[in-house]
Design a binder for this molecule. Structure first.
Ligand code: ATP
Ligand code: MG
Length: 226
């Protein structure tokens, strides 16, 4: 469970998030929408521990992650799956190697890596392209690689900030389908996007941020892609 309490972030007197109270249960698929500058990425960065709030707390499974020391924070971050708009793939590594690398840095052995990488490649439908380099992939395939990489540590929570921002609508839809499939398998998914039209037919819980405040939090009738 994730609990944001009176979360406030200010930059030089400019309030970017103000008194955010939000509770997210395990297994939810929650979409964070709102215009550019509303504070979505700031909220997400605080949740990933990349940014400290000015005031308030974020607790994840009972731990206030805004107060963790370096080592605990690193441990916490390794348990998250994080996906960005710009994929962040290593250009000189293949799809397989990009995903494997996330496990190598944690000291996993070769056999374990091969098994897991093949498994997550299957989840995102990229088995055939596993020996391709990023330059040989479409935008959608790059993002699927990034999602596969985010899955190697079996995260309970997957956080995606504008994962469809660089994609055409059809590839964007594919990405949402994959996120939904991951959610159906038990992972909590938090998706931030300013492209509400893309998610309109998909989402169950939609939290709308505007000028740093939650202006609505609705359970919307969802259409299932999977
Ligand atoms: N390092 C910073 N210093 C000062 N202001 C910042 C900083 N980072 C973000 N901001 C401001 O915080 C506000 C919220 O930014 P944020 O990136 O969270 O918005 P967003 O909802 O993710 O927007 P978008 O849809 O464009 O991604 C913006 O007004 C931005 O200018
Ligand atoms: Mg943003």
């Amino acid at each position: 469970m994730i609990l944001f309490k009176s979360l406030t972030k200010r930059y030089d007197g400019h309030t970017v998030l103000q008194d955010i109270d939000l509770q997210i249960s395990g297994g939810e698929f929650i979409t964070l929408v709102g215009p550019s500058g509303a504070g979505k990425s700031t909220l997400i960065q605080i949740l990933t521990g990349a940014l400290k709030p000015t005031r308030g707390s974020v607790s994840v499974d009972g731990y206030n992650i805004t107060k963790l020391d370096r080592a605990s924070l690193q441990k916490y971050r390794r348990k998250l799956g994080i996906v960005f708009q710009d994929f962040k793939l290593l250009p000189h590594k293949t799809v397989f190697e990009n995903i494997a690398f996330a496990m190598e840095v944690c000291g996993a052995d070769e056999k374990e890596i091969r098994k897991k990488v093949n498994e997550v490649l299957e989840v995102v439908g990229l088995t055939k392209q596993k020996n391709h380099f990023p330059r040989q992939l479409s935008g959608g395939e790059k993002q699927r690689t990034a999602i596969a990489r985010a899955l190697v540590h079996n995260p309970k929570l997957l956080i995606a900030d504008e994962p469809t921002g660089n994609l055409d609508p059809a590839s964007g839809k594919e990405i949402l389908q994959i996120l939904q499939k991951i959610n159906v398998n038990g992972t909590t998914v938090i998706l931030a996007t300013h492209n509400k039209s893309l998610v309109d037919r998909l989402m169950r819980r939609v939290v709308n941020l505007k000028e740093g405040k939650i202006v609505s939090d609705k359970q919307e009738a969802g259409y299932d892609y999977v």
